[in-house]
Design a protein around this ligand. Structure first.
Ligand SMILES: [Zn+2]
Length: 138
């Protein structure tokens, strides 16, 4: 579920430049909020379908550590709309090769082919700059 979230975020960011404005993951499903202006269910469905296709290509997931100053210098590394907490000097980086790179503390699979199938569930408008995508993995 967590690695799937990163693949979806990677697709949304590289194709549309949107940032993450919220999110949550349970065992059954996850949701991600993006800084899209408008609701577009078909587009959101397409993002999840693209994420699934990419994941099935089998991209390795690499985990390493990086200094905060270097993190801030790397374009695309910080995708949260809110900035990083100021007191952390060394950050854990999760890089899904050719898909996504983020400062992140979450649990991940070693390769995206382990995710299974990423499925779109629904979309919801939860406010200005917060368009929510619900997904699951099977
Ligand atoms: Zn994460």
């Amino acid at each position: 579920m967590h690695t799937a979230a990163h693949v979806i975020v990677g697709v949304a960011y590289s194709n549309f430049g949107v940032l993450i404005t919220g999110g949550n993951i349970t065992l059954e499903k996850g949701h991600l909020d993006f800084s899209f202006e408008k609701m577009d269910r078909e587009l959101f469905e397409q993002i999840v379908a693209d994420a699934d296709k990419l994941a099935k290509e089998g991209h390795p997931v690499k985990i390493y550590y990086m200094k905060r100053e270097d993190v801030l210098k790397t374009p695309g590394l910080v995708k949260l709309a809110e900035k990083l907490p100021p007191k952390i000097d060394v950050l854990r980086i999760v890089e899904i090769e050719n898909i996504d790179i983020q400062a992140d503390g979450g649990p991940h699979v070693a390769n995206t082919k382990e995710i299974g199938t990423i499925k779109f569930l629904k979309a919801k408008n939860v406010g200005k700059g917060r368009k929510r995508i619900y997904y699951t993995v099977e």
